[in-house]
Write a protein that binds this ligand. Structure first.
Ligand SMILES: NC(=O)c1ccc[n+]([C@@H]2O[C@H](COP(=O)([O-])OP(=O)(O)OC[C@H]3O[C@@H](n4cnc5c(N)ncnc54)[C@H](O)[C@@H]3O)[C@@H](O)[C@H]2O)c1
Ligand SMILES: [Zn+2]
Length: 362
């Protein structure tokens, strides 16, 4: 078992490769006297990760089926807590969330409300969840109207990242999740950005050492930002870099674009805004776009989207104030821009309206 390698925050984050098969006894030791309950999804189970975690042991398990966003609603949470209750689980139970961001968000929320809150252990298995959703304590589900409408902040008791689980992940999902790594590097760590540029091939081949380094850097950055501002009052907003236009494009695509793909486009758009504001005299825009392209991520809004509609969607963004969208921009590569104590800047709507059509794929 790897030892915790990211001390920031109150919980341990263990990063390593190929330890899932040895994790259960470590969990039993860490939560001695408590009952573990596993939440996973059908795809993660099919890929063999549930069997690897349990190693033939009996345990309460809820398998989300179908996997993915379509199951991220209150009914799934209700079924999980009902099953736990029927199984005589009490306040001494611990939820282990094995899977991607949807499993982590659903299971984390179920843990937050079961018997008024039991610990959750996050065991992320996607590039999105290992870089992003497993850390920081945001949990929840979608309403029939909007994404992540119902939820709670519920910090994990521990996070266990086995990068070997990524080997079975679909290629498009794998690459899309790397966008959040580019985001972390761009807002917080220029050296990490250079590492990503130098290791594109190793990352695309999913080489072990590169993946461990990636997880360590992502956790260090996300844990530091969320420890400073756990409930997103201000600085945590920098994690939304690329997300104002990203979310709008994602929703305009009818979720045909994966979240990370939309965020890649959003980061390029943020670069164009910086350039238009005269903030980007350096080559950061080209470097970010170059890295995303090498990682096989889109950098242009697909043809056929009404860019007018995108501006309206941005007004629904959670960073918007009085329906005026706000953007996280960069001071320089590796550092987000802070203006008058604010990490998300208001940008003239006319500028966005002029800029968006130029970002549509030719
Ligand atoms: N809480 C947060 O801070 C936060 C941050 C970012 C994203 N999110 C949420 O995360 C969700 C997206 O997460 P995601 O991209 O991990 O999606 P996901 O959990 O839906 O996983 C994507 C697909 O990959 C499959 N899968 C997962 N791990 C696998 C593996 N190792 N091998 C094979 N298949 C595997 C899943 O079954 C699913 O079909 C969204 O709902 C988003 O809102 C939350
Ligand atoms: Zn994101």
């Amino acid at each position: 078992m790897p030892v915790p390698s990211t001390p920031a925050g109150a919980y341990e984050i263990c990063i390593g490769k190929d330890f899932l098969g040895r994790l259960w006894p470590a969990l039993e030791a860490a939560f001695a006297g408590r009952t573990l309950f596993v939440v996973t999804d059908a795809e993660v189970a099919r890929a063999g990760h549930l069997a690897a975690l349990l190693g033939g042991r009996e345990a309460g398990v809820y398998v989300i089926d179908p996997p993915g966003e379509n199951s991220k609603h209150l009914q799934t949470v209700a079924e999980i807590v009902e099953q736990m209750d029927r199984g005589f689980l009490g306040r001494d139970s611990v939820v282990a969330a094995l899977g991607g961001g949807t499993v982590g968000d659903i299971a984390g929320f179920a843990a937050a409300i079961f018997k008024r809150g039991v610990p959750v252990v996050q065991i992320p298995t996607t590039t999105v969840s290992q870089a992003d959703s497993a850390i920081g304590g945001k949990t929840g589900v979608d309403s029939s109207v909007s994404k992540n409408a119902i939820g709670a902040f519920w910090q994990p008791a521990a996070v266990y990242i086995d990068t070997a689980t990524l080997q079975t992940l679909d290629d498009r999902q794998y690459r899309a999740g790397l966008a959040e790594s580019v985001k972390h590097a761009a807002i917080a760590d220029a050296e990490y950005f250079a590492f990503l540029e130098a290791h594109v091939e190793a990352l695309l081949k999913r080489e072990g050492e590169a993946l461990v380094h990636l997880a360590e850097a992502n956790c260090r950055i996300k844990a530091a930002v969320t420890a400073e501002d756990p409930t997103e009052k201000n600085k945590r907003r920098i994690l939304n870099y690329g997300h104002t236009i990203g979310h709008a494009v994602e929703s305009a695509s009818g979720f045909g674009l994966l979240h990370g793909e939309a965020v890649a486009i959003g980061m390029v758009a943020a670069g164009r805004i910086e350039a238009a504001l005269g903030l980007a005299a350096d080559d950061r825009g080209e470097r970010i776009e170059g890295l995303l392209t090498k990682l096989g991520l889109p950098t242009r809004i697909p043809r056929g989207y009404a860019t007018e509609g995108l501006t309206d969607l941005m007004k629904r963004d959670k960073k918007a104030v009085g329906r005026r969208p706000r953007f996280v921009l960069l001071e320089k590569l590796g550092q987000a821009l802070c203006r008058d104590g604010q990490w998300a800047c208001e940008v003239d709507e006319e500028m966005i309206r002029t800029l968006l059509p130029r970002l549509v794929a030719g």
